[in-house]
Every structure is written in structure tokens, then in C-alpha cells.
Design a protein around this ligand. Structure first.
Ligand code: RFL
Ligand code: PHB
Length: 397
């Protein structure tokens, strides 16, 4: 037996993109259902991004889901680049007219959004199996899935694929209607969470002949660190001693600074890839966030691009439901992609400038150092880094 229901907007995926879209639609009186493959606990525990651009913070604040973020998030008005044993600071606020970023774990954003959707009576179907989009060529698409042993079908006006890079929505678009752009990098990041007080308040991006390292944090007691490794490596090959040895070597500066060492509570390897699928729409199916594009994490842009997509898309859906105009929906992909490509460029540039590439020769190494010298040594260079890092403007329809 199939249980049939109807909604205005059916959303696949309860990551930051799907949850925020559902909440923004709700604030505008538009009904949605989220269908999610994993459990609520799993979604709330997934450790990923940590840096929120100023526009992301503004959006969450204005949408009424920023209270804990303002209480517990760490506001950073600068970050550092370490190379040749020296520290170089990029003063975000001074270079961007007072803007900053906030360090607040993605899973905390997800927890806040789930709690708010459920408090507002939102419909999130966790643990959905065999999720499929049907009727994509028609004007009445449907989302089908198994839930609690029952086959369900949700009829809707629009399906929004917020199901991440490995989701099912992007694959619904006929191959001749979508173009993809891809770059796989010859390295990965080993990321750890450590019970160690951050040895300094701001993030550090380090270039070192042994490879890249990143110093970040989650709270006054927990440090988040990453170290460049081989993409085929396994986290099991990295003993705690080896991790701390590499991190200390790559991050340390000649003035004696080094990260605090502590017990490692989480360890995982992330591959590095740039990917864009365009357009981000096919008929009544729209893609947002990682379902349409991914970036290497070096620029801290992934979740922020998911948020800016959803800001544009929620406004376009509002125009459709309030003014019966498809103008916004017709322009969504073009507007979202303009910002996505700039995020892709920044992430690619930071990645290229900071990592050790196996094919690089001593000339390339000198080019990277000259680039780092230029970008940190001139006001123009630092301003370029700063305005991209805090987040470029979000174009609204
Ligand atoms: P998500 O978060 O992947 O959510 C997709 C959701 O869809 C579900 N799903 C399905 N549901 C139903 N049916 C199916 N068939 C489904 N298939 C999948 C999944 O279970 C999931 O719940 O995508 P979204 O919402 O677009 O959000 C994107 C962000 O998660 C991602 O871009 C960031 O995490 C990237 N990222 C960073 N972004 C930043 O902005 N700042 C950072 O500092 C930052 N650091 C990072 C990062 C990503 C990292 N990793 C692990 C890739 C650091 C790392 C290490
Ligand atoms: C993090 O804190 O997880 C983080 C920070 C900056 C990045 C990527 C990840 O560029």
C-alpha cells in the first residue's frame, strides 16, 4: 500500500541546505517536507565545516536561529598564514569595513535548525529508504520513499535536491541537459578533534615543505586540526604521535609558537575536489549546496555556498507563491552560479597556494612562496584574501 500526501516544496536532504531552505520557506508561509536518508542523531553528529561567513551569520540571525550561535560561536576578526617559519596576519575586520567570521560547528547549525523546524511543526522524515524522484518530465513531480515499512509518495510543485554530493537528485537530470566541471587534487586532509585548549585564538593556514596544515578550534577546550596527507592513506596509519609530530613541525613558527597537544577524540580523512554542475535546475527540480557543487575545504566555503544558494532559491520560491511569477526561479541557477564560481576560484587558489603538489619542482615551490609573500605582504593582496574569506555579497533577485 502506498501512503500519498501533498506539499508545496519537497526537499531531499536534511543538511544545512535542506534545513535552512525549509525554515526560510516556513517564515514565508510556504509548506515543505524534508526527506532524509539518515537518522536525526547521525545528521546532528556529522563533524564537518566550522567557519561561518558574515552573510551566513546574518542570515541565521535574521531567520531567528542565531541565538546559540551568538552565545557559543567564536567571532574571529582575523586569521594567520604561516610560511618560512613566520606568521602573517590578515586582519579581516580592518580590511573589510568591520566584517568577521564566526567559528561554530556545522553540526551545531544543523542541531539548531532541526530543533527549530520541529518546534514550528515542520515535517522531517528521517531514516527514509529508497528515496526516488518521479514524474520529473511532468508538471507534477513526486518524491517516493519507504519510511517505517510503508511506501510513501509526496506530490509537490517543486523538488529541491539538497542531498549532497553523493545524493540522487543530480543524476535525475538528463546527461545532455547538464554540464559538469571537475578537478581532483592529488592529496587529502587528515582531520582531528583534540581535547586541547587552542594555543591561539585565530585560525592558521600553514604552508610547509612537508605539506599543508590547518589550525582551527571548536571551543575554548577543543582544537580542530588538519594535516595534508596522501589521498589513498588510511587514518589507521596515523598514530597520535605521528599526527602531533607533523602538526607541530608544519605549524610551528620561529618565535616558538606551537599547538597544544591533547587526546585525539576524532580522526578522519577527507578527499579534495572541486566540482560544479550547471545549470542547477531541470524543469521542476532544483539543486542547492553540495548536490550541485563542492570545493576543497581550504577556503572554508562549502557550507557558506550552500547557504547563499538557499537564500536565492527561497526568495525565488517566495516570488512564485506570492506573486505567481517564475522570474526568480528562471534566474536562480544563473545568479547562484555566479557566486559559486567565485567561491570555487577562491578555494582553488587557497588550495593551490598552500599545498605540496607531488608534481611540483623547486620552481613551483618558489612561485608558491612568492605568491604567499605577495598576498600577505601588500594591502591589496590581504584585502583580496579578506573580502573573499568573510564572504562576497549575495545577489538577491
Ligand atoms: P550535506 O551536508 O552533505 O547534506 C546532504 C544531506 O542529504 C542526505 N542525503 C539523502 N537524503 C535522502 N535521500 C538520499 N538519497 C540522500 N542522499 C544524501 C545526507 O544524509 C545529508 O544529510 O550537504 P549541504 O546541505 O549542501 O551542505 C554542504 C556542507 O555540508 C559542506 O559544503 C561543508 O561541510 C563543506 N565544508 C566546509 N564548509 C564551510 O563552509 N566551511 C568550512 O570550514 C568547511 N570545512 C567542509 C569543511 C567539509 C569537510 N568535509 C568532511 C567534506 C571541512 C571538511 C573536513
Ligand atoms: C574547520 O574549523 O573545520 C575549518 C576551518 C577552516 C577551513 C576548513 C575547516 O578552511
Amino acid at each position: 500500500m502506498t501512503q500519498r500526501t501533498k506539499t508545496q516544496v519537497a526537499i531531499v536532504g536534511a543538511g544545512p541546505a535542506g534545513l535552512l531552505l525549509s525554515h526560510l520557506l516556513h517564515l514565508n508561509g510556504i509548506e515543505s517536507v524534508i526527506v532524509e536518508a539518515k537518522s536525526r542523531e547521525y545528521c546532528e553528529a556529522r563533524v564537518r565545516a566550522g567557519v561561518l561567513e558574515h552573510g551566513t551569520v546574518d542570515c541565521l540571525t535574521q531567520a531567528g536561529v542565531g541565538e546559540r550561535l551568538h552565545r557559543e560561536g567564536l567571532r574571529h576578526s582575523g586569521f594567520e598564514m604561516h610560511f618560512r617559519g613566520q606568521r602573517h596576519r590578515v586582519a579581516l575586520d580592518e580590511l573589510t569595513g568591520g566584517k568577521a567570521i564566526v567559528v561554530y560547528g556545522q553540526q551545531e547549525v544543523v542541531k539548531d535548525l532541526i530543533a527549530r523546524r520541529l518546534a514550528d511543526g515542520g515535517d522531517i522524515r528521517f531514516d527514509a529508504d529508497r528515496v526516488a524522484v518521479q514524474g520529473i518530465e511532468s508538471d507534477s513531480p513526486r518524491l517516493c520513499f519507504d519510511h517505517g515499512g510503508i511506501t510513501q509518495e509526496i506530490a509537490c510543485d517543486y523538488v529541491i535536491g539538497c542531498d549532497g554530493f553523493h545524493g540522487i537528485c543530480r543524476a535525475q537530470i538528463p546527461a545532455n541537459q547538464i554540464k559538469t566541471y571537475d578537478r581532483i587534487y592529488p592529496f587529502a586532509w587528515l582531520g582531528i578533534l583534540a581535547e586541547a585548549p587552542p594555543a591561539q585564538h585565530e585560525l592558521i593556514y600553514a604552508h610547509h615543505e612537508r605539506g599543508f596544515a590547518l589550525f582551527s578550534m571548536r571551543s575554548p577546550k577543543v582544537t580542530r586540526l588538519y594535516v595534508q596527507c596522501d589521498p589513498n592513506d588510511s587514518a589507521d596509519n596515523w598514530s597520535d604521535d605521528r599526527i602531533w609530530g607533523e602538526l607541530t613541525l608544519r605549524l610551528a613558527t620561529d618565535d616558538g609558537w606551537r599547538p597544544n597537544v591533547g587526546s585525539i577524540i576524532q580522526k578522519s580523512i577527507t578527499p579534495m575536489r572541486s566540482f560544479v554542475a550547471a545549470p542547477m535546475r531541470y524543469r521542476r527540480l532544483f539543486l542547492a549546496g553540495d548536490a550541485a557543487h563542492i570545493v576543497p575545504p581550504t577556503g572554508a566555503k562549502g557550507m557558506n555556498l550552500a547557504v547563499s544558494d538557499v537564500i536565492v532559491l527561497s526568495r525565488a520560491l517566495e516570488m512564485f507563491y506570492k506573486q505567481a511569477s517564475t522570474h526568480g526561479l528562471d534566474r536562480y541557477s544563473e545568479i547562484a552560479l555566479r557566486r559559486v564560481w567565485k567561491g570555487e576560484r577562491f578555494s582553488w587558489h587557497m588550495t593551490s597556494m598552500l599545498h605540496n603538489f607531488p608534481e611540483h619542482d623547486p620552481f613551483h615551490e618558489q612561485m608558491q612562496l612568492a605568491e604567499l609573500d605577495y598576498y600577505t605582504g601588500s594591502v591589496a593582496g590581504r584585502t583580496t584574501l579578506a573580502e573573499n574569506y568573510v564572504g562576497l555579497p549575495i545577489e538577491v533577485i
